[in-house]
Ligand binder design. Structure first.
Ligand SMILES: [Zn+2]
Length: 146
């Protein structure tokens, strides 16, 4: 049985283009891929055709660790989209990836109670099927090694 996708059970879908297809291919493979400049070695996100550090135009999708720190977050109260209204409450967040200071991704934090959220808490990527056939890279508190 297939579930019909509706505005309430399916988020706005990614619309990959020439510049962002690698990112969504990575998500499909459960890898977080970020563009890295072949010239200066810096990571760039969102994907852009030109390195903002050295203006190089040779950028390569690179698998990153998927680990980072919670930079900031909010709990939306009035989402504009029917899907998000039907999924309240959720945690909309910005995560700074470990690979580079200032390398930020916009995501949701999952598996964490609101009162346990803390600035700079370690988080890691988790790939979640949020609707049938729709996987997104979300973040959760990093598992602490025993
Ligand atoms: Zn560069």
């Amino acid at each position: 049985m297939t579930t019909e996708l509706t505005a309430e059970n399916c988020p706005p879908l990614p619309e990959p283009d020439e510049l962002t297809q690698f990112f969504w291919d990575g998500v499909h493979a459960h890898e977080l891929r970020i563009l890295r400049c072949d010239g200066c070695g810096k990571f760039i996100h969102w994907p852009r055709p030109v390195c903002r550090f050295c203006l190089g135009t040779s950028l390569t999708p690179t698998v990153v660790s998927g680990r980072g720190r919670l930079h900031t977050w909010t709990i939306p109260l009035q989402p504009f989209d029917a899907y998000f209204r039907s999924h309240l409450p959720y945690v909309l967040a910005v995560v700074e990836l470990d690979e580079q200071p200032g390398l930020m991704v916009v995501t949701d934090i999952v598996d964490c109670a609101e009162e346990d959220l803390a600035l700079d808490m370690p988080v890691e990527v988790t790939f979640r099927e949020v609707a049938p056939g729709v996987t997104l890279p979300l973040f959760r508190p990093t598992e602490v090694a025993p």
